[in-house]
Design a binder for this molecule. Structure first.
Ligand SMILES: [Zn+2]
Length: 422
């Protein structure tokens, strides 16, 4: 109000000059250069507003964040706006994200070493997610179904879900799959960067020849029976194909991109994306430049070699647990990657989405940021509060509101409902 009043005084005093200036600012595209361009009536400001309102109307689900380990190891208070990291309650609301799958990640060193330690490490993280909802019932609620997510989002609250990353925690016991299902876990990836005895990983030598053994196939069938989604992110190609051939339910990749753009073992090739879509599943793109940008991985290897002494020094200086040592190493990596590696933007994420959509259509793509688990982020998607920038870029590329709602969460809700059905 105040500003408008001031403006009319100025207009009255300097009317001729002001009108001239206004006309100059509102010039219409009349010259021959702009005549044949597609008509875009929306100003950048309007487009931004549209993106935000489309984004807010969607049920947005992030399939993967490693914030759980921060809750346990750093004892962070997720209800506050945090100065570091990628995700907290305040920034999640700013970014209009409705549901977060918290990764229950277990260090592979704990697997097989005396039986119970991997399960214990998982249990502590599950407890931390549950405690978040118990301490802040006005904001958070634990969700275990698509119906829960819809209801919680409708109430304007945030849904906390859980997925086991790497099958280390089930400790080679089939009954533990049900135990984790009952604790609220709704997806599991059979391996992280290190192969288990029963499932190959994309991250080590063993995975090159290892798929699923008989026990691995039993685990998949048990997950199908219980209604737990199977996550193929991190598994070896051979394990991927064994999973596709064993599962009777849709399969998801919670945080993997397209190998056709960034050729790394962690990404999916076109044949895999087609097979995953054929199960009715969804591939969720992640925000890590190494898996987004062609050539970034090679450059990173070079930087890793250069900063190895720095990283080692930071690790040695940290006297705490193996988790705290990892945090110390990651702090150095975050700083050095930002300084030494090429920047990546949200536009590259949408290149991966475009690729998947061109291959298999709009119904098989989603989002899995990997926030708090990655040591570099796109310059315009530095934390969860920036999530509407992804919607803005999708809108710019011509995706409709309906398309965008599917990408942000609708496709995953469909898979959850299909997997829940007995
Ligand atoms: Zn991961």
């Amino acid at each position: 109000m105040k500003r408008r009043a001031q403006l009319s005084v100025i207009l009255a005093l300097f009317a001729p000059l002001s009108l001239f200036l206004l006309n100059a600012n509102c010039r219409m595209p009349q010259n021959s250069e702009t005549k044949n361009m597609p008509v875009n009536t929306a100003s950048p400001a309007n487009q931004e507003r549209d993106a935000l309102s489309i984004h807010r109307r969607a049920i947005a689900i992030d399939m993967h964040a490693d914030t759980t380990q921060r809750m346990v190891d750093e004892n962070i208070d997720l209800s506050q706006r945090l100065a570091d990291g990628h995700l907290d309650t305040v920034r999640m609301k700013d970014g209009a994200l409705d549901a977060q799958f918290f990764s229950i990640w277990v260090e592979p060193q704990l697997y097989g070493s005396g039986g119970q330690s991997a399960s214990k490490r998982a249990d502590v993280q599950i407890e931390a997610v549950r405690a978040l909802a118990e301490k802040h019932p006005e904001t958070w609620e634990v969700a275990t179904s698509a119906g829960d997510i819809r209801r919680i989002a409708e109430a304007g609250k945030l849904a906390a879900l859980m997925g086991l990353e790497g099958g280390y925690a089930i400790d080679e016991k089939l009954e533990n799959v049900e135990r984790y299902y009952r604790m609220g876990v709704r997806y599991m990836s059979p391996a992280w960067s290190v192969s288990t005895s029963w499932a190959g990983s994309s991250g080590d030598e063993a995975g090159r020849t290892r798929g699923l053994n008989d026990f691995g196939k039993e685990v998949i069938r048990e997950m199908n029976r219980l209604g737990m989604m199977i996550d193929v992110s991190h598994v070896s190609d051979k394990a991927f194909w064994d999973i596709v051939n064993t599962s009777t339910k849709p399969i998801i990749a919670t945080h993997s991109n397209a190998r056709a753009i960034a050729n790394v073992p962690r990404n999916l090739d076109d044949e895999m994306i087609r097979a995953l879509a054929k199960t009715g599943g969804v591939a969720c793109v992640l925000f890590y430049p190494e898996f987004l940008e062609p050539g970034w991985s090679e450059k990173k290897k070079q930087v890793d070699a250069e900063i190895a002494p720095l990283v080692q020094r930071a690790s040695n200086a940290e006297q705490g647990s193996i988790a705290r040592k990892k945090m110390a190493r990651d702090r150095v990596r975050i700083e050095e990657y930002a300084r030494r590696l090429p920047p990546v933007t949200v536009s590259r994420i949408v290149d991966h989405i475009d690729h998947i959509v061109k291959l298999v259509g709009i119904n098989h793509v989603g989002v899995g940021s990997d926030f708090d688990g990655i040591q570099a982020v796109p310059t315009d998607l530095t934390n969860v509060a920036d999530l509407p920038n992804l919607t803005g870029e999708l809108l710019k590329r011509g995706y409709t509101e309906e398309d965008i709602h599917k990408i942000l969460g609708g496709n995953i809700l469909r898979v959850m409902e299909a997997v829940e059905r007995k």
